[in-house]
Design a protein. Structure first.
Length: 151
């Protein structure tokens, strides 16, 4: 798992509309990249709505927000439309970035083990260095944690 002070890996991921978002896109702005397991699941829906409802606070601080999962552009488009999301979701279908950041791990759900994204949020500074990492995110308290980190 990437930690505070490390450089965020190079990446190029398409958003829901096929526009490529990369390190170059986020350079010069603080950025929140939140990794989540899947679109249209209860906790992921709550998390996306929390970001949607708090986006103006991030905008005031000049912070960009992107959600990342292994879902397709089509699934992301449907999720955005259904929840009226006001930020981009990035496609990591091969889990390349999820693996590089260490968030793609063995998970246990209902007694069954499988590989998948462990809910994790990275806060990155203008130079691409990780300011902080929130591991095993607790959705109910994540916005408060982010406010504390971002000031």
């Amino acid at each position: 798992m990437l930690k505070k002070g490390e450089k965020f890996p190079q990446f190029k991921l398409e958003n829901q509309n096929g526009v490529v978002i990369s390190n170059e896109t986020i350079k010069g702005s603080k950025t929140v990249l939140y990794f989540y397991p899947r679109d249209n699941t209860p906790t992921c829906t709550t998390e996306a709505c929390d970001f949607r409802d708090n986006l103006s606070n991030f905008n005031e601080l000049g912070v960009k927000v992107y959600g990342i999962s292994g879902d397709s552009k089509k699934k992301h488009q449907n999720f955005i439309q259904k929840l009226n999301l006001n930020f981009d979701l990035l496609v990591d279908e091969d889990y390349q970035l999820s693996k590089e950041t260490g968030v793609y791990q063995m998970k246990k759900s209902f007694g069954k083990e499988s590989m998948g994204i462990v809910r994790t949020t990275f806060i990155i500074n203008e130079e691409g260095i990780i300011i902080d990492t929130i591991e095993k995110v607790k959705v109910k308290t994540q916005m408060e944690t982010l406010k504390d980190i971002l000031g």
